[in-house]
Every structure is written in C-alpha cells, then in structure tokens.
Design a protein around this ligand. Structure first.
Ligand code: ATP
Ligand code: MG
Length: 426
C-alpha cells in the first residue's frame, strides 16, 4: 500500500500539546478563581450563531465582519458564523433566557474564537478568549471593578509589572457622530497622505483610522481633533468617576485619547491592557462599555460592560516572564507489574490506593515488558515513587516502594502501603 498523505491542521489553528496544557490550565484556573471571588458566574454558549447576530452587534463596516468571519450556509441555507468574539452570543443568550431585563448579571465565558486574519505571533485564526460581561449597571464603579479584577489576575499570574493599562472615553453615539464629522473634515484635508486602508475607512468607519498601526498616520494624527473635546458633561463625569475609583485603589493607568476599539458597539469607557514584551500583538486584554447593544439586538435597553482576554497572548507573556514554569508533577506513583498474574493484582491495588488516597496521582504500567524498561517509563513520567509488584511480592502480599529521586527502596505489606504512601506524599 502506498503511504497515505498526511492531513495537517488548518493554518492559524493550533493544537495545545500536553507539554503546554499544564500552563494553560494554570492560567485558566487563576483567572477563574479570581472571577468567582468577585461573584461572577460562568455562561456556556454555542460556538456557532446566526451570521446576522455578529453583523448587527459588531457592525457591518468593521474589519471583523467585513473580512474576518468564518461564515457558511447551513444545510437549510441559513447563514451561520463561527463566533469571532463572545459578547454578541452572551447578549443573545441573555435576551433569549430573560437574564437581562431589570436584573444585574455578572457573567464570564471561555472558549475558542475564529477570525480569518494573517497568522503571526499572537495572532491566530482560532484563538481563545476568556471574557466577562456585566449587565444592568450604569455607574463607573462597575467599570472600575472589572479593571480591578483584571489587575488582580495579573498580580496572581506574576505579570503585573509587565502590563500597562490604557483608558479612554469614546462618549455616546451622538458625541461620536459630532466628532466623526470633525475628524472626516481633518482627514479630507490630508487625504493624499493616508494609506489605502485609511482612505477606505475614512468615510465608512473614520474612528478606525485612529487605530492605524502605520507610524506615518500616527504622526499625522497628532494634529487631528481629539474626541475628548466632543464629550458632554455626563460622559466626562463618568470618565472622571472611573479615574477616581482607580486612583483610590492605586491602579495606574494612562489616558490614551486615541484609543478606540475594533468593534462598533462600545461607548463611554474603553480600555486595554498592553505589554511591551510581545512585539506588535501587545494587547492581552481589552474591553469597554456597550450601553446600547442589548437594545440593538432586540432586548430591553440594558447597560453593559465587559472585557476579553486573549489567552494565547496571556500565556506567551506568562512564559516570557517565567520561562521555568513547571506545573506540579504529573504523577506521584508509577506502578510496575512483572510476572504471571501481576497485572490484574496491580490494577486492583491501584484502584484500592485511589480509593484510599483521593489526591494520589497514580499511573499503572500497561503493556508488559522488562522491569528495567518499566522503571525508565516511571522516570519519563516524572513520578516520585515507583511501586513494584513482581511474582515474589504477589505471593508474599507485599510490594516494593522505590523513591526515584534518591534511589532508596523498602518492602511494605500491601495492607500498609496506603498509609505509608499517604505519609510520604504530605
Ligand atoms: P487586535 O488589536 O490584536 O487586533 P482586537 O481589537 O481585534 O485585537 P478584541 O476583539 O478586542 O481584539 O479581542 C480581545 C482580545 O482578544 C485582544 O486584546 C487579543 O488579546 C485577543 N485577540 C483578538 N484577536 C486575536 C487573534 N486573531 N489571535 C489571538 N488573539 C486575539
Ligand atoms: Mg483585531
């Protein structure tokens, strides 16, 4: 038979191999624990939604909807999309299940997101976000709480000194409309200096020009009108309120008057946590308020605010700061069986030990082979102890316990091994 051609993963979509998943689990556990300490509950949402949901929520003229969505027709002809972000689906579910009207909700979600972008370090086509959303609260106090919660995550992950918070207020829809006119007038004067992307965005989505990564454009924008000058008293007060809460809790931030977000639904507060350690893809967490979005998606008017962390980038950063991260040893004990009838006895002993010591991580050898080979398996697994059940041990109801780190071994009655192991492992 000719050798079959290998099938590879899709470009920009990655496997997380066992060597990496320990770090993923650690990072996820830390963030989930912080969320539960603030009283947030998990919501689990489908990965596929109607395309219309994202078009309406994110905005037809955004990069995400214009060119990054994985959309396809279902067998009944309905257009579906692999979710590019989590907020839209969360609101869809909230409206559908009556979670939002006249209530407060503090929710979080985790999972894969899909955007057809150019893959590079920190930018993938399938990536993972952990996000939180709060509904039903207008004040800047909840904006501050969400930021405090993320700051706590960075402290607990040991990366607090390597991230900076940038904040801005992008005001209300009406304020942005006024600003938009002024910005377009400015851009028109400098039209010949704009790159192709910005020329295209100039009329459809001029605020996105502010977000351009092109240094020449950033230079030009120094003289552009500033959004904060178009905000009314109410917006200014909200922003000042948020800054005051952050000052009180000693959270440092930089007001970046050019910070806008790539999705259309944001208003008032927007923020990003940025690191210099990862090159161009430096935003590890981004969020903001979206007080109109619930209504826009057919629900009763309900204010909302949320953030989303890019887990790949967060993990790259944790790795960069702490390259020697090693998760807790995968297993405590490797159980070796050699000789007639020992496999079944070993498996019974293993079950008995797991019953008696619930925290025990024990791997039983399968597949037979020489004792020496079984020992090298135990070493490869990083086990602290090997337990050996050979023909001798089987007939004398004993078991040999070897400490693999120091090489010492002892023989213990099978009846006593659970107590002995429990003592050694604490
Ligand atoms: P970027 O500035 O990198 O394009 P964005 O503004 O499109 O990000 P959001 O939609 O706000 O990002 O998503 C929140 C977070 O999700 C980002 O800050 C980032 O950490 C992560 N993220 C977004 N797109 C990707 C991607 N293609 N690959 C990996 N992570 C991503
Ligand atoms: Mg993007």
């Amino acid at each position: 038979m000719t050798k079959a051609k290998k099938i590879q993963a899709i470009r920009g979509m990655h496997d997380s191999l066992p060597a990496e998943t320990a770090l993923w689990q650690h990072v996820e556990d830390v963030v989930k624990r912080v969320l539960s300490r603030y009283g947030y509950s998990e919501i689990r949402l489908p990965i596929v939604e109607q395309s219309q949901l994202f078009k309406r929520a994110i905005g037809e003229m955004t990069d995400v909807v214009e060119k990054e969505m994985y959309s396809f027709d279902d067998r009944n002809g309905e257009s579906l999309t692999l979710r590019p972000e989590g907020t839209a689906g969360c609101i869809r579910a909230g409206i559908e299940h009556g979670l939002l009207y006249n209530q407060q909700q503090r929710l979080w979600y985790i999972g894969p997101m899909f955007r057809h972008e150019r893959p590079q370090k920190g930018r993938y086509r399938q990536f993972h976000q952990l996000g939180a959303e709060v509904f039903g609260l207008f004040g800047p106090d909840i904006d501050a709480e969400l930021i405090m919660l993320t700051a706590r995550c960075w402290r607990e992950l040991g990366i607090a000194d390597h991230v900076e918070l940038e904040l801005n207020s992008i005001g209300s829809l009406q304020e942005r409309a006024r600003y938009r006119d002024a910005l377009v007038a400015f851009l028109e004067i400098h039209k010949n200096k704009l790159d192709e992307d910005c020329q295209r965005r100039m009329y459809f989505n001029p605020l996105r020009v502010l977000d351009s990564k092109n240094p020449n454009i950033q230079q030009l924008l120094h003289d552009a009108p500033v959004l904060s000058e178009y905000l009314d008293e109410k917006s200014k007060q909200h922003f000042a309120g948020l800054c005051a809460f952050l000052d009180q809790t000693n959270i440092k931030y930089k007001v970046n008057p050019r910070l806008v977000r790539g999705l259309d639904y944001y208003n008032h507060t927007v923020f990003e946590w940025i690191t210099k350690n990862l090159g161009a893809q430096g935003t590890i967490c981004a969020g903001g308020r979206y007080d109109e979005l619930v209504e826009q998606l057919g629900g009763q008017a309900t204010p909302g605010i949320g953030f989303s962390m890019g887990l790949e980038r967060l993990i790259l950063l944790v790795q960069a700061i702490n390259p020697n991260f090693t998760a807790a040893k995968m297993i405590d004990v490797y159980l070796i069986a050699s000789g007639e009838g020992t496999q079944s006895a070993a498996m019974q002993l293993a079950e008995d030990l797991r019953n008696k010591i619930p925290s025990l991580k024990l791997m039983t050898h399968h597949g037979g082979g020489k004792i020496a080979r079984q020992f090298s398996r135990a070493e490869q697994c990083g086990a602290r102890f090997a337990l050996v059940l050979g023909s001798n041990e089987l007939s004398t109801r004993k078991v040999t316990l070897k400490n693999l780190a120091i090489g010492e071994q002892e023989t213990v009655q099978q009846a006593d091994i659970a107590v002995r192991l429990a003592k050694l492992l604490t």
